[in-house]
Design a protein around this ligand. Sequence first.
Ligand code: GLN
Length: 523
Amino acid sequence: MPKWIFVTGGVLSGLGKGLVSASISKLLQLREQEVVPIKCDGYLNVDPGTMNPHEHGEVFVLEDGTEVDMDFGHYERFLGIETKGDWNLTSGKIFQNVIERERKGEYLGKTVQMVPHVTDEIKNSWKESAEEEDTDIVIIEIGGTVGDMENQFYLEAARQMRSELPEEDTYLIHTTLVPYLETTGEQKTKPTQHSVRDLREVGLEPDMIVGRSKDLLEESVQEKIALFCDVDQREVVSDPNVDTVYRLPILFDEQNADKMISEKLELPDRTSGLGEWKARVENLASESIASVAIFGKYTAMNDSYVSIEEALKHASAELGGSVKIDYRDTEDLQLENIDDYDGIIIPGGFGSRGVEGKMEVIRYCRENNIPILGLCYGMQLIVIEYLRSCKGMDAVSEEFENGEEHKVIAELPGQKDIEEMGGTMRLGAYEAEVEGKVKRIYGSERVVERHRHRYEVNPEYHDKLQNGGMRISGFSTENKDLAEYLEKRDHPFFIGTQAHPEFTSSFEEPNPLYLEFVEQISK
Ligand code: GLN
């Protein structure tokens, strides 16, 4: 049987519970423990794929094609592992399963209730993931705030697990907010006290309290929280503002968080330490080696591009410095400003707003030898811009809903079949056979990256695209009609990919395409 760590949150949402879980998981991984992170969300959407990134941040895509929320990105980037769709529970998913079982008569005529049927469904799902992975530790992050209606049954499932299992098999970390009151110059503990009271009301006692605050927690504040919340003073851990999220494991290690968890869970006392990790963090805290502009749509909510931003940072940390990232909206575009940047990224996107501006940026980069990386939608726009400017074609994407022009980006018949089967997009990991610069960058003829798109480069236009300075340098292994990579010859870096290579980048192992891009622009 594995050990179970529950992470709950109090006071407010958005305290960074996912980062706390990821950081603690990292420290336990360094203690040679295999960790499976599970996230439980209260919302009724079956998955976050349909949620507006404006509201919910980026949709992260897993190897198996499941669409999950940003926290899975943190887990993968910190731990360097591939997480699975089954590790994300949503209330929608749980209820769907329970209702399906009820319809099939699996409850044998019983009244189906929140307790025990919904809570059993949750516990079984946790246990199945643990068994399947044969893991040492399962860390379960319960989304939302204690006291919310939405996550009550997850907390109840956690309570049942805690009472069923021996004391040394479970651990509970409660994260709260410790606000700083300017007028009196004090850190305030009352919200933490209240949220621990809410936690107790549902039958849970914390083993550790992580206090999110502007600065480190003062000793007197730790003492007070310890007294009111029934933990040791050393079990009140500071989670202050940091220059980079990758510093959190270092801060928690300095406060012996992993050591205390390890002791309570009776894990072997060994760790390989954070040496290499620290060196990378210091690189990120040092001078900028390159500046990048990301020309997107949701520029008010930078969370929509978090994986891209992180992948750039992973690359720069490996290369010995930091990277300066600007979010630019194409609606206030002034082309000459582009020269201020070492490199440009055209990220993934949907719909037609702002595309003309993005194509102007692509044209400028193509003509002026400015390094540019086009991701998914970005690659599709590279295709359209090239066929328009260099082949004089009236090129569009089917997504723009135009009239009778050349639909050089289109939904292919095979894709329409997927739609009939209930899916709507090409999702998850697919292999491509690559050549040219792309092959050199990856150091391999076969490359697997994750996808999330509906439209493709229309194969009828592949020839037109290739008989000039442009080259399709990667096709899908399973379907030779699908262009996966595109590059321009005689350009320092002009590459587009139908994939999202940012989803496979981790702090200790940057994605090769991002690494090459940052290396190129840092020269
Ligand atoms: N909207 C485009 C498509 O569906 C691109 C999607 C994306 O960039 N992720 O193909």
